[in-house]
Design a protein around this ligand. Sequence first.
Ligand SMILES: NC(=O)c1ccc[n+]([C@@H]2O[C@H](COP(=O)([O-])OP(=O)(O)OC[C@H]3O[C@@H](n4cnc5c(N)ncnc54)[C@H](OP(=O)(O)O)[C@@H]3O)[C@@H](O)[C@H]2O)c1
Length: 431
Amino acid sequence: MSVLDAIAPPVEVPPIAGAGREARVALLGHGLIGSAVSRLLRTIANRGPRPLRVTGALVRNTRVRTDDAPHPFFASPAALFEPAPDVVIELLGGLEPARTLVLDALGRGIPVVTANKRLVAAHGDELVRAAARSGAAFRYEASVIAGVPFLGTFAARPLAAAVNRVVAIANGTSNYLLTRIAEGLSFAAALDEAQRLGFAETDPSRDIDGSDAADKLAVLARTFWGWSVRPNDISTTGVSRLGAIELSLAREIAGSIKPVAVAQQIGGNGSLFVGPAFVAAGDPLASIDGVLNAIRLERTGELPLLFSGPGAGPDVTARTVVDDVFEILAGGASIRPQPAHRPTLRQHRPSGWFISLGGSLPETAEIADLFGAYGLWAKRWSEPRPSTGGRTVALLTHSCSPAAVDAAIARLKSVAAIDAMLLPVLEAGRE
Ligand SMILES: NC(=O)c1ccc[n+]([C@@H]2O[C@H](COP(=O)([O-])OP(=O)(O)OC[C@H]3O[C@@H](n4cnc5c(N)ncnc54)[C@H](OP(=O)(O)O)[C@@H]3O)[C@@H](O)[C@H]2O)c1
């Protein structure tokens, strides 16, 4: 199957109701992003294709508001939707009541903009179907790398979007943590700092365990190939196991460890992976540090496209959300308007492995022989260094099946008291 087979035909979107008059915008949620959107809409109310006015915001607690917004707050969606808005912006987060309210709006023919990757990843098919039925546009540009608008562009440009592989650093919190741990902080100190600076939420578990990046990868796979994948279908590993030792060993063998999300199309099949991976020092993704995000789009035999920029933050996200509203008011279509199909998923097969070993290690030559018996060949070793309980060493291997690597490490563990950490090596895009 050619990558061009995934191209969807263009869709016609009817103009939204009340063209010419002021457009009424209803906000679902007025937290960090909702209040930033509300502020932005006040400053640029007359700069879009039509004047805009926020008619109200749905919140949990209508009584204690520190927001200085001039519009009313509602605890009841029915009150917010009366009179019917021209556009709904969903910024509640989570699955419910977001799903029900977005379906309700789309069902009534009201266009919806959301920044909620969890919602789009889990219920994208259902929401896109609802939008297609009523003809209302459904846009979610800010759900992946909020400060780099690319989803809508690629969904509307099928030739540019005909790529085989998408590699992203899409979670700023975990990238920030790994960057700071590599600079010498402990995991706990790096997390504490990230929370103090507003780079990590009070409950950062979905960032740290990879769930947030898996949601974004599901959205990317839907946008680029029309795949319907659940985040649970994606092999996902978090970053909490990593410490200063692994990060400095990676540097010693000319690379760094980055939290990546990889989707690959192979014939009619696909593979999806989210987790930390070894990235060679020469790969441009190795220099995406801190809260910076990036996405690389690769096409076999061609130079890749690389976009990078801020992945989150109230002002950045609000701009992207409001641009989606402007697109809708100017007659723009839904992002990926066609229903998706389920791909056959295969295990991700990396181009090699980064293995760090610690404990009562045998001599390097002995480890190399033992691994060689399983077809696992090293192309680079770090200098063994003393550590608590023995020695630590890292190696970079050639490609080998995950089953063979697991068997080789299990055999080593049966002959020596060691710990091992195994990470895939990210194949560099052509430069
Ligand atoms: N933070 C970022 O940088 C960023 C970047 C890109 C995308 N996003 C996405 O943007 C969305 C919003 O994020 P956020 O950081 O603004 O969240 P937030 O600060 O937690 O705000 C959530 C808002 O929704 C309201 N809300 C939540 N559940 C509700 C319910 N059941 N009924 C009524 N109101 C409810 C809350 O009401 P109260 O005010 O009464 O609590 C609050 O106003 C999320 O989907 C997030 O993933 C965020």
